[in-house]
Each structure stands twice: as structure tokens, then as C-alpha cells.
Design a protein around this ligand. Structure first.
Ligand code: HEM
Length: 181
């Protein structure tokens, strides 16, 4: 996992808790990197899972809730770091539909060692979009937070539902988005 995700995560922890909490989770998680992340480095994604579970242990907030909140925050950071992906885009459906064939393609050019998920899309009706997340890593909650961050960014009224899909290996989650009038 790219260092930018870790540096943004530690900033997020400092923002919603404080700097001591950052030190505490790094210590509790006993990480191979010792929490010394640079945004361009690459680290084992297990470290993210360890940090989040340490934060959950200390804060008594469930992991899925923390990851979801972090995903919303991450969307804001990624979109301000890469404003070109939002240029000319005026809806969540448009932005989310561009992740697989555009945003993450460009991300891979910037960071050839990025570990990215795969998305499949369906548009059964104009007001409905189904996007299915596939990854070898368990970041469906992060995807949900990113999707919610995107919806909040555009200020749209969209109802989001999710379903876990069973797979032989890896993780898949189906997200159903419905525009409300
Ligand atoms: C401006 C928009 C975005 C940028 C620049 C971006 C970039 C990135 C980067 C740099 C990573 C880390 C790759 C690694 O760890 O090696 C990542 C991972 C990820 N991205 Fe995006 N992303 C964007 C939008 C989104 C959105 C809207 C979603 C919503 C579903 C999404 C879903 C994910 C997920 C779930 C991961 C974690 C890796 C995994 O699950 O396997 N991204 N993205």
C-alpha cells in the first residue's frame, strides 16, 4: 500500500484524536516500518490493518466505523492532491464510473507499484449505479467511505447499499447507489 494512504491516515488520527494517539497506535501495532512512512514509499497493507485495529482497541470504536470515516477523509485528500480527476466532472456517478478506466490507470502510471482494486459497473436505470469492488485486500469499508466522501463532495442525495459477495479468493463487495429525488 502506498505511503500516501498511511501519511493521510496518521494525519486523520491526529485530527480526530490527537498526536499522542498517533504515537500510541504506532507503539501498540508493533509495525515493521515503526510508523516511519513517506508518501512515495510502499508498505505492507497489513500495517494499515494493524494500525486500524490498534486505534479501534484504544478508542473502542469498531474497525469498520473507523475505516469508513477514514475513507471519507481520504477522498477529500486524494481529490485535492489530484484535482485533474475532478475537472469537468459534475456528479458522483461520473466520477465513480471513471475510477477503473481513468483515475486508477493514471495512479498506476504515477506509482507503478500501487496495489489497486478492480471495479465493475452496471447502470440498470439512469438513476441507479451498481459498482462492484474486487481486491485481494480487505478494503471494502474503505471503498464505502471513499464513495460516501465522493457523494458528499458533490452534495448529492444518493442512497447507498452494500452486499458482501462470496469469492474463492480475495474480497468483493457490491455497492448499489440510487439517486433520490
Ligand atoms: C481522486 C480520486 C482517487 C485517487 C487519486 C485514488 C488513488 C488511489 C491510490 C494512490 C491508492 C493506493 C494504492 C496503493 O495502496 O498501493 C488507492 C487505493 C484504493 N482506491 Fe483509489 N483513488 C481515488 C478515488 C477512489 C475512489 C472514489 C474509490 C471508491 C471506491 C477508490 C477506491 C480505492 C480503494 C478501495 C483502494 C485500496 C486498495 C484496495 O482496496 O485494494 N479510489 N487509490
Amino acid at each position: 500500500m502506498k505511503g500516501i494512504v498511511f501519511t493521510v491516515f496518521l494525519e486523520f488520527v491526529e485530527e480526530i484524536f490527537d498526536a499522542d494517539r498517533v504515537d500510541d497506535i504506532i507503539e501498540l501495532a508493533a509495525l515493521p516500518s515503526e510508523g516511519a512512512y513517506t508518501s512515495v514509499g510502499t508498505y505492507n497493507h497489513q500495517e494499515m490493518l494493524q494500525l486500524v485495529s490498534a486505534l479501534s482497541e484504544l478508542s473502542h470504536i469498531p474497525v469498520h466505523e473507523l475505516v469508513n470515516k477514514f475513507g471519507r477523509h481520504l477522498f477529500g485528500c486524494l481529490s485535492s492532491a489530484h484535482p485533474q480527476f475532478l475537472e469537468g466532472v459534475d456528479s458522483s456517478f461520473q466520477l465513480l464510473a471513471s475510477i477503473e478506466d481513468y483515475i486508477h490507470v493514471e495512479v498506476r502510471k504515477l506509482y507503478p507499484d500501487a496495489e489497486l482494486p478492480r471495479f465493475e459497473y452496471k447502470f440498470p436505470r439512469p438513476e441507479q449505479m451498481i459498482m462492484t469492488y474486487h481486491s485481494t485486500r480487505p478494503f471494502g469499508d474503505l471503498a464505502q467511505g471513499l464513495i460516501e466522501g465522493c457523494i458528499a463532495h458533490f452534495g448529492e442525495n444518493i442512497r447507498l447499499e452494500r452486499e458482501e459477495l462470496s469469492t474463492e479468493k480475495g474480497f468483493s463487495t457490491r455497492f448499489i447507489l440510487r439517486q433520490q429525488d
